[in-house]
Design a protein around this ligand. Structure first.
Ligand code: HPA
Length: 292
């Protein structure tokens, strides 16, 4: 794909009709190729894409086959939508790969996939990511349930004219990470024996990692983990009324927590080392969602 084809909508102040009609074009392809909306959509973070391979009777759609859907250029992000049956019987959409703001996408485009899921009729969105550990109690490879977030991206996916058909102008963010889903994730952790930390996720633009001074500042602000995604998707999904959950894989101590440079290969390696635990937790979590 040429770099230019990623930027057909260059301005975040995109006309409302464009966003709605792009979403509706995407949804009509999803209806044609897949049918009814699945029970849950899971956005798979860096190195966590394997979960998509556990779904059976799957329809696999490259993002490029869905109009308006941006693809990711990041190593460790596949760029495919897999909709299939989970071992619990739930129908699940796995979004293997996401568009990040640091790739140059306007924030309204970066959340397109999640918005398309919710517009299709998906009511639960699980956002996963690789993150740096700010909380010094977190070990490398720990999983963290996101209780809340801090948006340090300097932007918001709702900037621009509000699309009333999607949600209100000033949506509440008190309960952005759904309390029932959080309770189910903790039950799933207890049931599977997979340790699950809890904490606050802080989003930065990237793509440079943070400085040690920034990490000390973020700790003072109350952040436990830092990453470059998730927050725009959580805001957009909440804007549209979906229930959101977030799980971070702490792939590395954040900058300056230990006296070593950060490396994307380490992030990938840690995520791949814990994928068994991650999938076990996600399996039990999804099973609980459809039991109720
Ligand atoms: N900082 C920001 N994003 C990240 C990190 C980090 O340390 N690790 C994985 N994603």
């Amino acid at each position: 794909m040429s770099p230019d084809s990623r930027l057909p909508i260059p301005d975040s102040r995109l006309p409302m009709t464009d966003l709605l009609s792009s979403l509706d074009s995407a949804v009509s392809v999803l209806r044609q190729r897949v049918g009814a909306p699945p029970d849950v959509a899971v956005v798979l973070g860096t190195g966590l894409g394997d979960f998509a391979n556990t779904l059976t009777e799957a329809t696999v759609l490259p993002y490029a086959a869905i109009p308006g859907w941006p693809s990711s250029s990041v190593v460790g992000h596949a760029g495919t939508l897999v909709v299939g049956t989970h071992r619990s019987g739930a129908r699940v959409a796995a979004l293997a790969g996401r568009a990040h703001l640091y790739e140059g996408y306007p924030v309204t485009r970066a959340v397109f996939g999640v918005r398309a899921m919710v517009r299709w009729g998906v009511r639960r969105i699980v956002l996963t990511n690789a993150a740096g550990g700010i909380n010094t109690a977190f070990t490398q490879g720990a999983l963290m349930l996101i209780d809340d977030h801090i948006n340090m991206l300097g932007t918001n996916p709702l900037v621009g004219p509000n699309v009333e058909e999607l949600g209100v102008r000033f949506p509440d963010m008190t309960y952005v990470y759904d309390r029932d889903l959080r309770a189910m994730a903790l039950e799933a952790a207890a049931e599977t024996g997979v340790p699950l930390q809890r904490g606050i996720y802080l989003a930065t633009l990237g793509p440079s990692y943070e400085t040690p001074a920034e990490i000390r500042a973020f700790r003072t602000l109350g952040a436990d983990a830092v990453g470059m995604s998730t927050v725009p998707e959580a805001i957009a999904a909440r804007h549209m009324g979906a229930a959101v959950a977030g799980i971070s894989c702490i792939t590395n101590p954040a900058a300056g927590v230990v006296d070593e440079p950060l490396d994307h290969d380490d992030v990938m390696q840690t995520a791949s080392r814990v994928r068994g635990q991650f999938i076990a937790l996600l399996d039990a979590f999804i099973a609980r969602m459809v039991q109720r």
